[in-house]
Design a protein around this ligand. Structure first.
Ligand code: SIN
Length: 486
C-alpha cells in the first residue's frame, strides 16, 4: 500500500457528477508501479454508460457554471491550485508510483501542472470582447467570446498530472465543463485531482474523470454530439484517428502530438551549456516526452569534444526506483517502450553508429534501461525519422548552418527544437528558419504556463498555456445591433 499523509487521495473508481462510482460488476484493471510491478489499486474502469453519464452531467452543469461571473470561477480555480500545492508531497508520491519518474521530478510536475490553475484563475477574469466601428450610424457591432460548451480531454501517461490542468484550467476558466479520460496506465493522478476539485468547490458535473478503454470511453467522448470540443495529448497516429472521428460531428479539436526534436550545437556554442541543455532535454522523464531531443546535430569543429563531454554527463546519470534518494532516471513505462529503444539502438549500430555511453537494458532488470549515447548517426537510421521516446541519444555531424537547418526541418513533425550558439545574428536566422512551434535557444527546458506550447505540421493543432490557451475553449459571436438612431 502506498504510504500517503492523506490516503483518501488514492482512488480506484471513476468520478462522475461529483460522485465516486464503483459498481459491483465493474471491469477491473490493476494499476501497477513500473519500477516494481506491484499493484497499487484495482481500478474500476468506466464503461460507455459511464462516459455518457459524465457527458450528460457536464451538459447539465454547463448553464450554471458558464453563467458564474469570471471572478467566481477564478476563485474556485485558485482554491483548486492551493489544494494541489498543499498536497504536493502526496500527489508526487502517487505520480512516481504509477509512472516511475523520480520523486523530485514528479514534485516538479505537480507544481508545473498546478501553475496552470493559478494562471487561468487570473485569465477567467479577462475574457474580453471587442467593439468594431460600424459602417452605419444606426448600428453598433460587438464581438462576444463565449464558452464552447462541453469539452472532452484525453491525456497521456508520460505526464499523468500536468497535462490535465493544461486542458482543464483554460476550459473551466472560459466557462466550459469537461470530461476527462486519463491514460489507462496512469489514472491515479487524475483521480486525485478530481478529489481535490470536489474539495475546491468545483460543482458536480463540471469536471468528471472516466478512466477506461480508449475503444469504449475514448470513442464515446469523441463521437457524442453533446461534446463540442476534444483536446488530446498523445501520438500523431491516435491524434489522426481522433480528428477523423471528430469530423463526424464537426467538433473543434486541439491536438498536441508527437515530435522528433532536433538539437543543433554550433561550433560557437558554450559547450557546457550545450551539454547541460542536451542532457536536460533528452533525459527528462527518461526520454519520454514529446519535446525530448530525438536527434542531436553537432558541428564538425566541436563534434568530438561535444560527444566526449555529453557521453560523460550521460554516463553519470543515476538509474533506479524513483522513490530512491539521488535517482535521476526511473524505469520506462512498459516493455514495449524498452523494445522500441532497443530497436532504434540496434538499427543505428547495424548502420555504423558507435555506442559511447550505456547501450543496453540496465542491470536492475524490468523496464530499466541505461541512458545511452551513440555517435556517428546518419540520416538513414530509424532514430533520424521516428521518435524513440526512450533514453537513446544519437549524435549526428554537420558542416554548415544551412545544412543544419535543412536536416532539422527534414521531418513531418514540428513541435520542439533547440539550438546552441553564442552568435546573436545566428540566433535570429536559425530561430526564424526552424519549422517548429517551439524553439529553445541555449536551453533544454522551456515549459512554462505563461508561454504557448504546441506544434505545427504532424505535431498538432492549437496551443496550451499562456493567454492563447483559453482561445481554444471559446467561440466568437458577432452581435450586430441596429436601430440605435431610431
Ligand atoms: C509533453 O511532452 O507533451 C509535455 C512536455 C512539457 O509540458 O514540457
Amino acid at each position: 500500500m502506498l504510504a500517503l499523509a492523506d490516503s483518501s487521495l488514492l482512488k480506484d473508481a471513476p468520478y462522475i457528477n461529483g460522485e465516486w462510482v464503483r459498481p459491483a460488476d465493474a471491469d477491473l484493471l490493476p494499476v501497477t508501479n513500473p519500477a516494481t510491478g506491484a499493484e497499487l489499486v484495482s481500478l474500476a474502469q468506466a464503461g460507455r454508460e459511464h462516459a455518457v453519464a459524465a457527458i450528460e452531467a457536464a451538459d447539465a452543469a454547463l448553464p450554471a457554471w458558464s453563467a458564474l461571473p469570471g471572478k467566481e470561477r477564478s476563485k474556485r480555480l485558485r482554491d483548486w491550485y492551493d489544494l494541489i500545492v498543499a498536497n504536493v508531497d502526496d500527489l508526487a508520491r502517487i505520480l512516481t508510483a504509477e509512472q516511475g519518474k523520480p520523486l523530485p521530478e514528479a514534485r516538479g510536475e505537480i507544481l508545473y501542472g498546478a501553475a496552470f490553475f493559478e494562471w487561468y484563475a487570473e485569465e477567467a477574469k479577462r475574457v474580453y470582447g471587442e467593439t468594431i466601428p460600424a459602417p452605419s450610424p444606426d448600428q453598433r457591432l460587438l464581438v462576444l467570446r463565449q464558452p464552447i460548451g462541453v469539452c472532452a480531454a484525453i491525456t497521456p501517461w508520460n505526464f499523468p498530472m500536468a497535462m490535465i490542468p493544461r486542458k482543464a484550467a483554460p476550459a473551466l476558466a472560459a466557462g466550459c465543463t469537461m470530461v476527462l479520460k486519463p491514460a489507462s496506465a496512469t489514472p491515479l493522478s487524475a483521480l486525485a485531482l478530481a478529489e481535490l476539485a470536489g474539495r475546491a468547490g468545483i460543482p458536480p458535473g463540471v469536471f468528471s474523470v472516466v478512466p477506461g478503454r480508449a475503444s469504449v470511453v475514448g470513442d464515446e467522448l469523441v463521437a457524442n454530439p453533446i461534446v463540442r470540443k476534444v483536446t488530446f495529448t498523445g501520438s500523431t497516429e491516435v491524434g489522426r484517428m481522433l480528428m477523423a472521428k471528430a469530423a463526424d460531428t464537426i467538433k473543434k479539436v486541439s491536438l498536441e502530438l508527437g515530435g522528433n526534436a532536433p538539437v543543433l550545437v554550433f561550433d560557437d556554442a558554450d559547450i557546457d551549456v550545450a551539454v547541460q541543455g542536451a542532457v536536460a532535454s533528452k533525459f527528462r522523464n527518461m526520454g519520454q516526452t514529446c519535446v525530448c531531443a530525438n536527434r542531436i546535430y553537432a558541428q564538425a569543429g566541436i563534434y568530438d569534444e561535444f560527444v566526449e563531454r555529453f557521453s560523460k554527463a550521460v554516463s553519470a546519470l543515476t538509474v533506479g526506483d524513483g522513490f530512491d534518494e539521488g535517482v535521476e532516471q526511473g524505469p520506462l513505462i512498459d516493455e514495449a517502450a524498452v523494445q522500441k529503444t532497443e530497436e532504434h539502438l540496434s538499427d543505428a549500430v547495424a548502420q555504423g553508429a558507435t555506442v559511447v555511453a550505456g547501450g543496453s537494458r540496465h542491470a536492475l532488470g524490468g523496464t530499466f534501461f541505461q541512458p545511452t549515447v551513440v555517435s556517428g548517426a546518419t540520416p538513414s537510421m530509424l532514430v533520424a525519422h521516428e521518435e524513440t521516446f526512450g533514453p537513446l541519444a544519437p549524435v549526428f555531424r554537420f558542416e554548415t548552418e544551412e545544412e543544419a537547418i535543412k536536416l532539422a526541418n527534414d521531418t513531418e513533425y514540428g513541435l520542439a527544437s533547440y539550438f546552441f550558439t553564442r552568435d546573436n545574428a545566428r540566433i535570429w536566422r536559425v530561430g526564424e528558419a526552424l519549422e517548429f512551434g517551439i524553439v529553445g535557444v541555449n536551453t533544454g527546458i522551456f515549459s512554462y504556463e505563461g508561454a504557448p506550447f504546441g506544434g505545427v505540421k504532424a505535431s498538432g493543432i492549437g496551443r496550451e498555456g499562456s493567454h492563447h490557451g483559453i482561445d481554444e475553449f471559446l467561440e466568437i459571436k458577432y452581435l450586430c445591433v441596429a436601430g440605435i438612431s431610431a
